[in-house]
Structures are given as structure tokens and as C-alpha cells.
Design a protein. Structure first.
Length: 129
């Protein structure tokens, strides 16, 4: 399916008078289209500029919606080509393991010293000195 044809599929009815943000409305609409089969695996999504212009919303809103869909693994960014639908066919890294992150920080030697503390809920706190 061509990217411009996808604009017709992705023409959500954005309600500006609801408590749900435009970003959430857009990401839910795209996710629904993927789950319903309206968007097939490998289909390219319109650029953020084109989508924002077509819907009459901010490009940052479209960027945030795309980022949410990347985070849940429904779409993936292709360098130099844009975003495309990815329904589990590609491995999408979700996070860097903490051991790997510690090794990267140590190799960078910045910050030189870190004090690791936790708050009352057990969340880590980091201070540079």
C-alpha cells in the first residue's frame, strides 16, 4: 500500500473536546488499524510532517504517537526510509540491561564517582560529586 493511500486508512476522527490527548487518540487508532489488518506487516507509515499536515495537528504530536508505537513493538524505524509496521518479525531492543549500562558508564569515565542510594520506595538515586 502506498504511503499516501495510508492517509485514508489512518484518517482518525480526532476529538479535541475529550480528555484523551490527540497523541493517544492517534496511537490507538494506528494500533487498532494494525490489529484489524488494515495495515499489513511491512507497510510504511506516512512521514510525521505529512501526517501532521493531513490531520491538522502538531508534528510533535505525531512524533510522540509514533514513539509510543515503537515502544510497544508495533512499528519500527528504518533509517533513511521512515516508519513501517512491524508485527513481531523483527527484534526490537526494549532496554539496555543494567549490567551493560554500568559497563558503558565505567568505560566512559563520566561521571568519575557515583553514589548509589535508594529512596523510601526502593528506587535508585544517583548523585555525582
Amino acid at each position: 500500500m502506498k504511503r499516501r493511500d495510508l492517509l485514508l486508512v489512518l484518517q482518525p476522527v480526532l476529538d479535541r473536546n475529550t480528555r484523551t490527548s490527540l497523541c493517544d487518540q492517534l496511537s490507538h487508532h494506528i494500533a487498532r488499524a494494525i490489529h484489524n489488518g488494515e495495515l499489513a506487516d511491512g507497510d510504511y507509515l506516512p512521514s510525521t510532517r505529512l501526517m501532521a499536515k493531513h490531520l491538522g495537528i502538531s508534528r510533535n504530536t505525531v512524533l510522540q504517537a509514533y514513539e509510543e508505537l515503537v515502544a510497544v513493538g508495533l512499528i519500527v524505524g528504518v533509517p533513511g526510509s521512515g516508519m513501517r509496521v512491524c508485527q513481531g518479525t523483527e527484534v526490537v531492543p526494549t532496554a539496555i540491561p543494567s549490567v551493560e549500562l554500568q559497563r558503558i558508564v565505567r568505560a566512559a569515565r563520566f561521571p568519575a564517582r557515583i553514589i548509589s542510594l535508594t529512596d523510601q520506595d526502593g528506587n535508585p538515586l544517583y548523585f555525582n560529586y
